[in-house]
Design a protein around this ligand. Structure first.
Ligand code: SF4
Length: 432
């Protein structure tokens, strides 16, 4: 038996790097220190065993060779006038690079899972920047922590233990006792149940509440009404006092802020609040990114194309305009005539109209796992699991890049190998 220590978990944006894995005969037999969802991914489940194809959407899958599946995938992309290549968040940066290259080759729109989670955060960061910090700085310094529209107990189970709430740090030796934890949310989540203060807001009123906090912070409390979004003025004034009194404050925001009314303007406003708090003390703000390498796609896409997401190569040069070029924009307009879904699950997370359109057009799925996207796919190509069977680079939610090791030898080809072969076949089909 081999014991691998300090392995990284390839599930959520926390990218916990203290995992111990036992390996016997190239099989992972035990995972220690990971949370349940992380351990489940490392142990493996619902793997697709072999490439599969169906001739029409209603037909059953039949197993085919990798060569046949790659040829079919290349033909779908080469024949398409408006291909979409979506997903990427559960794969490494090295995979993203190959994917962007293929997208340019076929004139596709390339978009990632941020389109249904933190895409609005990206837009806000364009406008305002991001006064942020590493999770290590938060662990070592933060004495006031705000979770706004995020529920780490469920979505990032070890975030509070490793970085933000219970962790003891260099300047915070008391851990939980040395921190004030505030949760702002529409309902009393499990995270709210563990907070020192829970502020319940009315659905869709986050922008108003942040604006009220900024007014109070600016010494203009007189303009704030007695109640804003279900929160009393007294509570708001108290909250501003707590934030100002912090030695080092950290706001972690989730999809309760990015995907509720006002969307990217909520984040824009929250970033402004954070910037203004820095006139009084040190304050930082960080998005709670979901898939472990969704941040990495934004990085690679930005350095390769100039834009972080929703990039359209139809003109031969990168063009970006979320609202027009994001995955769900082209799907709900029924504009795209073929799709490749890789390392993301559009079938599970997209609106019904988008999934209905995916069910009508040829879809190539590249993924280790059987998931709802498989149900609308014509060609399915199983691959090795990044972070378990493949080594590579990913970016944690705070933008720190870390290197994953291979824990076991793969039985399937890697995403990179498949993308390279598809690109090669596309070029041959098109006579390039
Ligand atoms: S918190 Fe996230 S990264 Fe850490 S073990 Fe759980 S799923 Fe993995």
């Amino acid at each position: 038996m081999t014991v691998i220590t300090d392995a990284l978990c390839p599930f959520c944006g926390c990218m916990c790097d203290d995992i111990t894995v036992a390996v016997e005969n190239n099989k992972i037999t035990e995972v220690k220190h990971a949370c349940k969802i992380g351990a489940a991914k490392i142990m493996g489940h619902h793997r697709i065993k072999a490439p599969m194809m169906r001739t029409d959407k209603k037909g059953d899958f039949k197993e085919v060779s990798y060569d046949e599946a790659i040829e079919a995938a290349a033909k779908i992309l080469a024949d398409s006038k408006r291909p979409l290549m979506y997903g990427w968040a559960s794969a490494f940066c090295e995979v993203h690079k190959k994917g962007i290259f293929l997208a340019e080759e076929v004139g596709a729109i390339i978009d990632n899972t941020a389109t249904v989670c933190h895409g609005p955060s990206t837009l806000a960061v364009h406008e305002k920047g991001l006064p942020s910090a590493t999770l290590g700085q938060v662990k070592n310094r933060a004495d006031v922590v705000v979770f706004w529209g995020s529920n780490p107990v469920h979505a990032h189970p070890r975030h509070m233990g490793r970085y933000s709430v219970f962790a003891k740090g260099f300047f915070n030796e008391k851990g939980r006792k040395g921190r004030k934890v505030i949760v702002v949310d529409v309902r009393k989540t499990e995270t709210a149940g563990m907070a020192d203060e829970y502020i319940q807001v009315e659905q869709g009123s986050d922008y108003l509440i942040i604006s009220a906090l900024r007014a109070i912070l600016a010494g203009q409390a007189a303009v704030v009404p007695d109640s804003v979004g279900g929160v009393t003025k007294e509570q708001l004034v108290k909250l501003v006092d707590t934030l100002k009194a912090a030695k080092f404050g950290a706001i972690f925001f989730g999809m309760g802020l990015t995907q509720s009314m006002s969307r990217y303007k909520n984040i824009d406003n929250a970033i402004s609040l954070t910037t203004e708090l820095n006139s009084f003390t040190k304050f930082v703000i960080t998005p709670m990114r979901g898939h472990y390498n969704v941040t990495g796609f934004g990085q690679v896409c930005a350095w390769e194309t100039g834009y972080a997401t929703a990039v359209d190569f139809a003109r031969g040069a990168p063009y970006y305009n979320p609202g027009e070029t994001a995955a769900n924009d082209v799907l709900t307009r029924k504009e795209t005539d073929a799709a490749m879904i890789i390392a993301g699950d559009a079938g599970a997370h997209f609106p019904a109209d988008s999934v209905r359109h995916l069910a009508r057009i040829p879809v190539v799925q590249i993924d280790p796992y059987w998931n709802p996207t498989t149900e609308v796919a014509n060609v399915v190509i199983p691959v090795a699991i990044c972070g378990v069977e493949v080594e590579g680079t990913a970016y944690r939610m705070d933008g720190v890049s870390l290197r994953y090791r291979k824990l076991v030898e793969p039985e399937h080809p890697t995403d990179i190998e498949i993308l390279e072969k598809i690109t090669e076949r596309v070029r041959k089909i098109r006579g390039d």
